[in-house]
Design a protein around this ligand. Structure first.
Ligand code: GLU
Length: 592
């Protein structure tokens, strides 16, 4: 019997999720898709249709603030800024002024796709031993995170200003109004924020301001539904609204950040010089073809688009559309392509301003050759084994002597997608790294722990790790804000939080959109199966678990786990905009 013949039992919930909620048919099918077991863990959101303006983001208050900018005649970039500023208030555990971000932006007027790198930098005083303890060993991950040590120079505020100067229409100060008002008047604490506080209670106590803000006087996490005010955040925003990003990178706000970082237990090295020297960098987007589509995203220091490009390059010759999402062979191919790409990612990808990277990581011949590694495993349709894999030798103009990186990335972060009525498209992933970042709160916002995205170990057996810490360097990221083009025009914007699993979440969603012809909500809903290092993670309490026996039979070690993506995407169709929000978090799509 086919191991997934019980897929049919999900058909009813699939119909409920896809069609009753929508009330529309739009020519896209998802009929044989594996559907999540709606009701067991979550409800699906309904696909949202819009005419010309749309925001898909992690929190209703944030999307609402963005839409308010549209009402005032603002652009997608204006909406992006208002959305980000409110996210920093209502979803403070994920992103904010104290963090970094990558923006992938399609500018309709010039037809150009621009990527802005607002990633944090390592302090100029830091060296490769920042996370090596007194015993000469790498620190434990959480020992490194909490406190000032893990804080990199925040980039988000500089990114917002740069994007506004180039593509904003409204006055800078107007973009701050919704967040300032909400911070002064109070917002309702969401279930997710309450749970996140509970989950980080102990570490949040390490910082007096965080303790006072997120807990009652008795030390109880603030309840869901509590109206929470953040006057300190309102004040910080007012200063930046008035004087621009320099109010953040110099004077009192900067001095307070440095004070907290340098005086915390587990102090850090970030200084006023680091803040004053911070620069947003415009980088060439990393783009690749997949079937009739052209996919663009963020290049190094992110590994997002390059790893996706490798995965899609290796998958292209396989007919995933014919195989379909209910076939374990599809997931074997996706898993193999993914773990091969992750092997190269671990060895070669890092901040290219500091480290030379092979130029041929997306070379077609290289990827074709590499994909033969997973062809060979199958004899008569049966996978014999899942052999250990090694990074490849991509075409390069320099020697490739790097040891593999072991940086851990744990999920928090936020992604939003925006389209405006001029056809401008924003795909932005924004983060303070871990939930609540370094747990250090200053003037109403939290400081990131992005430096723990570096490899803690600078070398292995005398061979340097590409993603080792160096002064001023940006830690390697997995964030993958993406814009997909069809017939030369933007067709979709998508991205997700999720640490290094971001790449798998985005890959799956793009395959569901492109190969399996699903609508964007169905593509987001589709249960996750993610393979980074050979272990196959399947989303717990979903139909993905039904693949476990077949994948185990192929030799994979399979793990059921909570795969908490936060995919927020928009498809620009002939009939208008279609938006989807991840039911695994609290996101929404608003449209007009
Ligand atoms: N810090 C991670 C990165 O930049 C993202 C963390 C997350 O998504 O939770 O890749």
């Amino acid at each position: 019997m086919h191991p997934f013949s019980n897929i049919g039992r999900f058909a009813f919930s699939l119909f409920v999720g896809l069609f009753i909620g929508l009330g529309i048919a739009h020519g896209q099918q998802a009929a044989d898709a594996i559907a999540p077991e709606f009701g067991k863990t979550r409800q699906s959101n309904s696909l949202v249709q819009g005419k010309s303006q749309m925001i898909a983001a992690a929190h209703p208050d944030a999307a609402k603030a963005g839409m308010a900018m549209f009402d005032k005649g603002g652009s997608a970039i204006d909406a992006m800024i208002a959305t980000q500023l409110v996210l920093g208030l209502v979803e403070p555990q994920s992103s904010g002024l104290g963090g970094g971000a990558f923006l992938v932006y399609h500018d309709a007027a010039s037809g150009k796709t621009i990527t802005l790198d607002g990633r944090e930098t390592a302090p100029l005083a830091a060296d490769e031993n920042l996370f090596i303890g007194p015993d000469g060993e790498a620190m434990k991950f959480f020992d490194a995170i909490v406190g000032g040590r893990s804080v990199g120079t925040p980039g988000t505020v500089a990114l917002l200003e740069e994007a506004h100067q180039r593509f904003g229409k409204l006055a800078w100060a107007d973009l701050f109004e919704p967040a300032i008002n909400l911070a002064n008047d109070g917002f309702a604490v969401s279930a997710r924020l309450n749970q996140s506080i509970q989950g980080s209670s102990e570490s949040l106590f390490s910082n007096e301001a965080a303790r006072a803000y997120f807990f009652s006087e008795e030390g109880v996490p603030i309840f869901e539904g509590t109206k929470l005010k953040n006057p300190a955040y309102a004040e910080t925003l007012s200063a930046i609204a008035k004087d621009g990003a320099k109010a953040f990178y110099s004077n009192e706000i900067a001095e307070d950040m440095v004070k907290v970082i340098q005086s915390s237990t587990n102090p850090g090295l970030l200084s006023l010089e680091d803040l004053a020297a911070y620069k947003v960098i415009e980088r060439e987007p990393v783009c690749f073809e997949y079937r009739t589509y052209y996919i663009c995203g963020m290049g190094p220091p992110s590994s997002g688009a390059l790893t996706l490009g490798q995965i899609f390059g290796m998958l292209e010759k396989h007919d995933l559309a014919a195989l379909g999402p209910s076939n374990a062979e599809s997931w074997r191919l996706i898993g193999e392509a993914s773990r091969l790409a992750f092997a190269d990612r671990g060895r070669y990808m890092a901040d290219t301003d500091f480290v030379k990277m092979p130029k041929g990581l997306l070379n077609k011949a290289y990827l074709d050759e590499r994909s033969k590694l997973f062809d060979l495993d199958v004899v008569d349709g049966k996978l014999l084994d899942t052999p250990a894999i090694q990074p490849g030798n991509p075409p390069s103009d320099h020697s490739l002597l790097f040891a593999d990186d072991n940086a851990l990335e744990l999920p928090s972060t936020s992604h939003f997608s925006i389209v405006d009525s001029s056809g401008n498209v924003v795909s932005m992933t924004t983060t303070i790294e871990n939930g609540f970042g370094s747990r250090q709160m200053v003037r109403g916002f939290l400081l990131n722990n992005e430096l723990t995205d570096f490899s803690f170990t600078p070398e292995i057996g005398g061979i340097p790790v590409a993603n080792r810490i160096e002064p001023g360097k940006r830690p390697r990221s997995s964030m993958a804000p993406t814009i997909v083009f069809k017939d030369g025009k933007p067709w979709a914007a998508i991205g997700s939080p999720g640490g290094s699993r971001i790449i798998g979440y985005v890959a799956k969603t793009l395959i569901a959109l492109i190969d399996w012809d699903m609508d964007v909500q169905a593509a987001i809903d589709l249960p996750h199966l993610v393979n980074r290092f050979g272990t196959y993670d399947v989303e717990e309490n979903s139909a993905a678990e039904d693949f476990a026996p077949a994948l185990a039979g192929m030799g994979y070690k399979v793990q059921s786990r909570n795969l908490n993506s936060g995919l927020h995407g928009i498809v620009i169709s002939q009939d208008g905009l279609l938006g989807g929000a991840d039911p695994r978090r609290e996101g929404v799509v608003f449209a007009k």
